[in-house]
Structures are given as C-alpha cells and as structure tokens.
Design a binder for this molecule. Structure first.
Ligand SMILES: Nc1ncnc2c1ncn2[C@@H]1O[C@H](COP(=O)(O)OP(=O)(O)O)[C@@H](O)[C@H]1O
Ligand SMILES: [Mg+2]
Length: 357
C-alpha cells in the first residue's frame, strides 16, 4: 500500500484537482484506492458530487474518535474507489485537539486501525502547513507537491520541503517528495522558464508527467465527476492516465522502501534469529503488555516499553512453531491490530498468531 499526501501550502495550485483525478485514474488501472478529504473546504468531496447532507461520518470523526474507522466512514464512488468526505467541522480539529498529546498522529493511528485493503491512499490537504497537513504527512510515505506556474510556487515548494526535513529530523519520518507541474499553459514563456528552474532544483523529484491547463477540470468538478469520466478523451484525462501510469511504474522500485516503512511504522511482530520483537502502535495508551501461551496467558503479560518514536516494543525468545498472543492495552485485551494472522479463541474473539520458523 502506498500512502501519498497531496500537499502545498499555496491555495489553488491544483491539490484537489490532482488528488481527485489521480484517484479516479488509478482506480481505472484496477487499483483499490482510498481518497481522504483532509481539507475543511471539502472540495474533494464536492468534486465527486457529495454535499454535507449526504454523509454523517467524515474525516473529522477519524481524528476525534477511536470508534470510527475508515470502513464506517467511506462513501463508495465506484467499486474500488472510496472517499472519506470532509466538511467544515474539520476546521475545528486544531482547536479541539490543542491540548491532546500526539495530536499529529491521529490520522495515522486511525488509518492503522482500519483493515485498509487499498493499493493507494491519497490524502488531499488544505492550503496550510498546520495540524491537518502534519497528520497527513506523518501517515504518508510520499507526497505529491503540485506546482502551478506562478511567482509564489517555488517558494511554496521550498517551504514544504523544509517541513519534510523537520519531520525527518524531529520525528524520524521520511516522506519522498514528487513535484508535479500542474495547470501548465504551453504558451507563456515564463511557464517554460519555471520548468527549467524546477528541473534544475528538483531533478529526480520532478515527475515526468505534467498536467496541462484545460477548462475541462472546472467543468468536470462542477458536474461532480473526475475528468477521466466526464470527458475520457480530453487532454486532462490523458494527463491523469499518464500520471497514474507513471506512479504505478515506480511500484517495483518502491516495494522495498514502502514495505520497510510500513513494517517499521506499524507491523507487529518481527521474527529475528534469536527472538520475536513485538512492535505496536497504541499512541494514547498508558501501559501495554503482550500475553500469550508463552506466559500461560498471564494478565501481567510481558511489559512493553515505549520507544522514543512512540511505538511500544518488547523482545521475547520463543521456541519454533506457532504462538498465539494478545496485547493488553490499559487493561483491555486486544488482538494485534497490525497482524492479519489470527485464530478464533474459546471466548468468541480472536488471538493473533506468530510462527517462528
Ligand atoms: N490544469 C488545470 N487547468 C485548468 N484549471 C485548473 C487546473 N488545475 C486546477 N484548476 C482549477 O483551479 C482551481 C484551483 O484548483 P484546486 O485543485 O482546487 O487547487 P487547490 O486544491 O490546491 O486549492 C480550481 O477551480 C480548478 O478547477
Ligand atoms: Mg483543495
């Protein structure tokens, strides 16, 4: 799974156009896609024809409650293309979470708790680098930065790249940037100059595909459809088909880094030669332990320690074969949310399963 934020603090540079049309173009390539509208303006929601009266759960609920999961909140645009919508209440998140610990990890922990059967998760960000954008970047392994040909664009890309450096230095979280030229008009000379500057500054980070200026995007959004559906033969549809192909062509190169990223971020047990290392992400927990057959299902379990990156970890030497386990998080017994291998237990619930080869 690739999680890609679409971000740039500059308004009107093509973030929502990119997020919505790329999501639809990836779905046409039979990718399973989730689009998260992470902007209180709700433009991505509107672009698919939804109004606030059409939904009750939204991205706001993913931030604010632990009971609401993506699978409760998404709207199905078409098979394989889901949208978590947003409305104006999302603008309250910053204030409501102001005093909460780890408020910048809300979206990440919410997405991790979901079963997420997606190949791509795209997150449409607001035009600012505040809490909402931080949340999006901290769950993403990549970010697409749309750049429209205007005087402020280079400055905006520089700002966002500075933010990525902060995330790497302060949070140990790496996000790979892709710069996308959007709303490109072939006629004015300064557009060509801008491309040359971007090539010189960002080289490999600049995507080969450019999105050309065409009125079809406005028309398509106005009719509540992505351009690949509104006018499949248009220049805009072609551009987004090309962008989707360019991204999917990178999949082979990215497999290793993306997997590492997710394993490090969220996957539970890792078997090493000597032991099993349990890693779990329970950002709001005060105490976490792991229990299982290896400690006779003791309610004390084996205590996990909180690492500096916020994940809980412990290492246990286990013998060869299958081992069932559960986490005890602030007294509540849970299967490992990051491990798909489970077996039914006698209490009608599930135990997580790890096999030591
Ligand atoms: N390639 C393009 N050609 C023509 N209009 C565009 C293009 N990209 C974006 N627009 C228009 O510009 C406006 C702002 O784009 P949008 O994607 O909403 O920007 P952002 O999400 O960054 O604020 C919208 O009305 C959109 O339809
Ligand atoms: Mg937008």
């Amino acid at each position: 799974m690739r999680v890609i934020a679409v971000a740039n603090q500059k308004g009107g540079c093509g973030k929502t156009t990119t997020a919505t049309n790329l999501a639809a173009a990836l779905a046409r390539l039979e990718k399973r896609v989730l689009l998260v509208d992470n902007d209180p303006q709700g433009h991505a929601t509107l672009a698919f024809g939804y109004r606030e009266r059409d939904f009750t759960l939204s991205t706001y609920d993913l931030y604010l409650t632990t009971d609401v999961l993506v699978e409760d909140a998404f709207l199905e645009i078409e098979p394989g293309l889901h949208l978590v919508p947003a409305g104006v209440e999302l603008s309250a998140v910053e204030q409501v979470l102001a005093r909460e610990p780890e408020k910048e990890l809300r979206l990440r922990s919410s997405l991790q708790r979901s079963s997420m059967p997606y190949d791509y998760v795209l997150i449409d960000c607001p035009p600012s680098v505040g809490l909402l954008t931080f949340n999006a970047l901290l769950v993403s392994s990549e970010v697409i930065i749309p750049v429209d040909p205007s005087g402020y664009s280079l400055q905006a890309v520089r700002k966002l790249k500075e933010t990525l450096v902060v995330l790497r230095d302060k949070k140990g979280h790496d996000v790979v940037p892709h710069v996308l030229i959007s709303d490109f008009d072939t006629r004015p000379r300064f557009c060509h100059t801008l491309i040359e500057e971007l090539q010189a500054l960002y080289g490999d980070e600049l995507l080969d595909t450019m999105i050309h200026h065409t009125v079809r995007f406005k028309e398509a959004a106005g009719s509540g459809q992505p351009v690949v559906r509104y006018d499949a033969g248009s220049r805009g549809a072609l551009d987004f088909r090309n962008l989707a192909s360019e991204l999917t062509a990178q999949e082979t190169d990215l497999t290793v880094t993306t997997l590492d990223h997710w394993v490090a971020m969220l996957h539970g047990p890792r078997v090493t030669a000597e032991s099993v290392c349990f890693v779990a992400d329970f950002p709001r927990a005060r105490s976490v332990c792991v229990t299982g057959g290896f400690c006779a299902w003791s309610a004390k379990g084996v205590a996990m320690l909180r690492r500096s990156d916020g994940l809980w970890e412990c290492e246990i030497a286990l013998t060869e074969g299958d081992h069932e386990y559960r986490y005890i998080v602030d007294g509540a017994w849970l299967p490992d949310p990051h491990n798909d291998a489970v077996v039914a237990n006698e209490f009608g619930g599930a135990n997580s399963l790890i096999t030591v080869p």
